[in-house]
Design a protein. Structure first.
Lengths: 579, 179
């Protein structure tokens, strides 16, 4: 087999083989069964709960859980804002980077808080080590743990019983940090150290190159950062070039490790649900639907990137490596294409090649991955997004065969359906409304005043585009899609560090993070209170291939109807122009 | 209070452990370097700008190999300005490498990498420069080809692309000329 193809097959299979036992372990952690990490962390956790005066055995309702979640998030937001605005005089700033402007700090704090990591700054010049470690890396941990804990509440609600008591949110949260995220991160950081990723608090180095030029080399505590960046599906890079940077991702092996690290928990959470709620067959159906979607997106992308750019072929230049603009030699076109889809179907948003320079087909598939946002999805929240589609499918399926819509022995009624519909439609609304406003401004080349100025100091809205025509439209569509999907990757040509983009995407980020957490938790909480109806001949079976197909169809229909017009103006038009 | 404890654990203890492990890692986790006798040292993983004709060139870079920053061109595949810049890089490559045909130039030598710091080039990208190097350094072409072949990094456990670290190749070239 071609060594590049073999590489991505190994990545995928290895992830699956690791995810099943990890899912079993996670299920045990959340249900409070004995696991081997009790020896290491059991004592420490008891001490932590004691000092923070939290009783981890106190059961909470879904409303109490959400209140706890939102309160914690407000505290973290304020802490991150403080660090970013004041980093200039705070310690650990060897490169003397300045404090952030308020609009940039707002965008950065929110985007790390919501697990998105849209980065309108570059790590080398935009943040100090203090901000990187104490604000951004901290948020990468706790935002992932928030998603995991919310998913744990939903797991608990979907058990076959009637209850309002859904476990202790703080307990789920802390155990997500200590039992799941920390051990995985320590392992992954260690591998990276031995592959050549730096972990130092020394600042920039100045060296003379072989041919005699003076060059500066940025360094920093990268290894610790890069581990949680992927395990928590955060995706925010230490350096501007993210995982394309040769310190952040030095070898093909480190690339494999990062790829596995980011898909591992989204896989494992599906299996954890199966083990936890004792619905293993259903978990495999879910995983099958997600994988089908993933493969449909990833295969054409690999083909497009390996084929290369038809315009460059016309110039008579050979493309043995495929489309190499924006890609690194050590990863090659295949692993870069695989990464681009993996990072967009789950909500990581890290990149190992520049998405702006990918072929139109690839761009469309990345956008679709984020538009659907639940072919795996981010840590914890991917499962929650998927759950919304399951509720919709149950309802539609029930209507089609004339049976009462039920899921897991609970009736799905008007209230749950309303919440599910609002969540499902809000995502396209945020993306399309944002893109429409930005495109209108760019097309009319509006004078943006304080809201925007390009490098030359001009305030014309078209100045934020790095590429003309359809590709320029795609840049704006991508930015709002990435924000609304809490993804964080970008068509980085877009000039996004200005009040217009910082503030507008910041607002999108807030809505698109918390509504899709509140909604599913509320639905699950409502369902849990209902009377349990044992399975009968009148029940619509959910753990079958037919039901899987139905969920898949619901996703495609919603995405196709909502997004096809926008995709037609962007990547599809670009493709037609090029062929 | 839970937040304070989490900051101590996640932003204090965790990075401290990783930093501790780093002290056992190659070059103490400060970036892997290649040291030379005269006290010069280079970062193995950070690509360098080679514009001099007597060295093998690196790939074009959107940040001119200044590793105080990083990034790609972010040009779309159908952007007319971008296609013109590829055209002019190709023309300049052919001027510096007389006798090379267009179809012998692999696209990685005329396109910018994602980081702007790519330390590698493809095998084709090195081979197409052999003739120029041999002529300028008065070396036998076969000898230069042999150095290139010796510096091919094979796929990792049979996975991924073959590649050549430009810095190591050029250091070997300088050593060869010195003897």
């Amino acid at each position: 087999m071609n060594p590049q193809i073999l590489g991505v097959v190994v990545m995928f299979v290895a992830t699956l083989l690791l995810a099943v036992p990890l899912g079993k372990y996670i299920a045990k952690v959340y249900s409070g069964q004995k696991v081997w990490t009790d020896l290491v962390f059991g004592q420490a956790e008891r001490l932590l709960f004691k000092t923070s005066r939290i009783d981890p055995t106190r059961e909470m309702t879904w409303k109490q859980s959400l209140t706890a979640l939102l309160t914690l998030n407000v505290i973290w937001f304020l802490w991150a804002m403080f660090c970013l605005l004041n980093q200039a005089w705070l310690p650990m700033n060897p490169d003397h980077n300045p404090g952030m402007t308020p609009d940039l700090a707002w965008n950065t704090a929110i985007s790390f808080l919501v697990n998105c990591n849209l980065q309108d700054y570059s790590g080398e010049t935009g943040v100090s080590y203090f901000s990187q470690v104490l604000a951004l890396m901290f948020l990468q941990f706790v935002s992932a743990a928030t998603g995991l804990a919310a998913a744990a509440v939903v797991f608990n609600a979907l058990k076959d019983r009637t209850t309002t008591q859904l476990g202790n949110f703080y307990n789920y949260f802390l155990k997500s940090c200590t039992r799941i995220l920390l051990p995985l991160c320590l392992l992954i950081a260690t591998i990276h150290l031995f592959e050549g990723t730096p972990m130092t608090f020394k600042g920039m180095d100045t060296v003379t190159s072989l041919q005699g030029d003076t060059m500066h080399v940025s360094r920093g505590p990268v290894a610790a950062f890069v581990a949680i960046k992927h395990v928590g599906t955060n995706g925010g890079g230490f350096f501007g070039a993210n995982s394309a940077h040769p310190f952040e991702n030095p070898t093909y092996l480190s690339n494999i490790v990062q790829m596995i690290a980011q898909i591992l928990l989204p896989f494992a959470m599906v299996f954890a649900f199966g083990f936890y709620a004792n619905k293993k067959r259903l978990a495999w159906v879910f995983w099958g639907v997600m994988t089908t979607g993933f493969l449909i997106l990833v295969v054409p992308t690999i083909i497009a990137e390996v084929h290369g750019n038809p315009y460059i072929a016309q110039m008579g230049i050979a493309q043995p490596g495929g489309n190499m603009e924006g890609k690194e030699i050590r990863f090659g076109a295949v692993a870069s294409a695989f990464w681009s889809i993996a990072t967009t179907v789950i909500s990581t948003g890290s990149v190992n090649a520049m998405h702006d320079s990918f072929m139109p087909v690839s761009g469309m598939n990345m956008l679709l991955g984020m538009m659907i946002n639940s072919f795996y999805g981010g840590v914890g929240v991917g499962f929650l997004n998927f759950f919304i589609y399951v509720i919709l499918a149950v309802f539609i399926g029930g209507l089609m065969v004339g049976r009462t819509p039920e899921f897991g022995g609970k009736k799905i009624e008007a209230k749950e359906m309303k919440i599910a519909m609002i969540i499902a439609l809000f995502h396209p609304f945020l993306i399309l409304a944002g893109t429409a406003i930005a495109s209108y401004l760019a097309a009319h080349d509006a004078n943006m005043g304080w809201w925007f100025a390009d490098a030359a100091g001009k305030h014309n809205a078209s100045g934020w585009l790095n590429n003309p025509s359809h590709h320029g439209f795609s840049e704006m569509l991508y930015q709002y899609t990435s924000s609304s999907a809490n993804n964080g990757s970008g068509y980085e040509g877009l000039a996004d560090n200005n009040p217009f983009w910082n503030i507008s995407t910041g607002i999108v980020l807030l809505f698109s993070r918390f509504l899709p957490i509140i909604g599913p938790v509320a639905i699950a909480g409502l369902i849990a209170q209902k009377k349990f109806i044992p399975t009968s001949s009148g029940t619509l079976k959910t753990d079958t291939g037919t039901f899987g197909l139905l969920v898949f169809a619901v996703k495609i229909i919603i995405a196709a109807l909502a997004f096809f017009p926008a995709l037609a103006l962007g990547p599809i038009a670009e493709w037609m122009k090029m062929h | 209070m839970l937040s304070v404890i989490c900051i101590i654990l996640l932003s204090g203890i965790y990075p401290a452990i990783v930093w501790g492990i780093a002290q056992m890692a190659p070059d103490k986790g400060e970036g892997i370097v290649i040291k030379e006798k005269r006290g010069r040292y280079f970062y193995e993983n950070i690509g360098q700008n080679f514009s001099d004709d007597k060295y093998f060139w690196s790939r074009p870079s959107a940040v001119n190999y200044n590793a105080a920053g990083s990034g790609g061109s972010n040009k779309g595949p159908d952007n007319p300005d971008y296609l013109l810049s590829v055209q002019s890089k190709t023309d300049s490559f052919m001027t510096h490498n007389p006798g090379v045909n267009r179809e012998d130039i692999p696209s990685d030598m005329v396109t910018a990498s994602g980081s702007g710091l790519d330390p590698h080039i493809s095998i084709e990208g090195a081979m197409v420069q052999v003739k120029r190097i041999a002529k300028l350094r008065n070396l036998d072409e076969n000898k230069v080809s042999k150095i290139v072949r010796d510096h091919i990094d094979a796929p990792v456990y049979g996975m991924g692309p073959e590649r050549i670290n430009v810095l190591k190749l050029n250091l070997a070239l300088d050593n060869l000329t010195a003897h």
